[in-house]
Design a protein. Sequence first.
Length: 121
Amino acid sequence: MKTPEAIKVLSALAQESRLAIFRLLIEQGPDGLPVGAIGERLGLANATLSFHLKELLHAGLVTSRQSGRFIYYAPVIAAVDGLVAFLTENCCAATGGDCLPAKRGAKAAGETPKKRQAATR
């Protein structure tokens, strides 16, 4: 990912409704949700939801597909992975260290969200 794409992604997520939509879609995974379900769960009016989905689509954070009468939106997880990689590509470079982002380090150690949650109790 290059700086202009990172700015576009960060700008799209720097709004409360869009961030909520994206987080909801991340929870659903690659199958996504129909537009109506997104609006119902987040309490967003159709026109408002349409505007925010268009912004997320333009930033490459979601995809859409038609299935019968419904339009489904799903997250583009690779876009977030690309953003994290862009933000951390020079992690610890100034100190000569070899660090990893916390999530990648946890995955490498075999940690799962459930294990992490149990460990923090």
